[in-house]
Design a protein around this ligand. Structure first.
Ligand SMILES: Nc1ncnc2c1ncn2[C@@H]1O[C@H](COP(=O)(O)OP(=O)(O)OP(=O)(O)O)[C@@H](O)[C@H]1O
Ligand SMILES: [Mg+2]
Length: 226
């Protein structure tokens, strides 16, 4: 499969909704299809002694040897929004380093999966948001949402923010981070699915710690077709 210059910007309706899990699942699935997949986490906060855990998970899933500094050029200890975490260290987020790393990764890989931090309007640096970064990278959004009550509103708010900025949306994947759904939640999720039509790309059921989703959770044919 040859798909030069393609990829997605994985954003979420919130922090902790399953972006990394979905991005890793996507990376593995595309690798299995023979695609040379690259990954990037432009900025990661909450980085401790074990390093940037999202970037490490993404690198492992994609099976790439790109240096961590390129996959994740901006790393900060405080678990807060990037400019806030940077300020806590008396630093700024180096946007030029992020742009340079992206350019290099895009040249090396057929398909690039970029995971944002938090949701779409979280700032990367100054007034520049994740939405601005996705626009600059010319990558369609893959929106990850949780399964529980509230997700209809959060998902459509995110899609509306994308529409306002004329950002293309590749689709939505729901990850059931909060465990098994009540029947009311399941009904709500059904309503979300219906409202999304072809933008619904799949659902990851509640997983045991450390378990990997089944291949096929994400509708790759639809994703790659857009
Ligand atoms: N379907 C699921 N079943 C069980 N646990 C899940 C599921 N999806 C995600 N999780 C867990 O929920 C937590 C948050 O997921 P993840 O790290 O992928 O979210 P994120 O959106 O990338 O968060 P961040 O904003 O910190 O980058 C992780 O511990 C992950 O393993
Ligand atoms: Mg993550």
């Amino acid at each position: 499969m040859n798909a030069p210059g393609r990829g997605v910007f994985v954003t979420g309706t919130d922090t902790g909704v399953g972006k990394t899990l979905v991005a890793c699942t996507l990376a593995r699935s595309l690798r299995e299809r023979g695609l040379r997949v690259g990954v990037m986490k432009p900025v990661e906060t909450g980085v401790g002694d074990a390093g940037p855990l999202d970037a490490l998970a993404l690198r492992e899933a994609a099976g790439v040897d790109d240096p961590l500094e390129r996959i994740c050029p901006a790393r900060f200890a405080q678990p807060s929004a990037p400019p806030v975490a940077a300020r806590a260290e008396g630093r700024d987020v180096d946007l030029q380093a992020i742009r340079q790393a992206f350019t290099e990764l895009r040249q090396r890989h057929e398909y690039l999966i970029v995971e944002g931090a938090g949701g779409l309007l979280v700032r990367v640096a100054g007034e520049v948001s994740m939405a601005d970064l996705a626009q600059e990278f010319e990558l369609p959004l893959l929106v990850v949402a949780r399964g529980a009550l509230g997700t209809f509103n959060h998902t459509h708010l995110t899609l509306e923010a994308a529409r306002t900025r004329e950002l293309p949306v590749a689709g939505v994947v729901v990850s059931q981070v909060d465990g098994a759904l009540s029947s009311a939640d399941a009904d709500n999720l059904g309503a979300l699915r219906e409202s999304l039509g072809a933008r619904w790309l799949g659902e990851i059921p509640p997983l045991e710690p450390g378990a990997r989703p089944q291949p096929g959770c994400i509708d790759l044919a639809s994703l790659l077709g857009r």
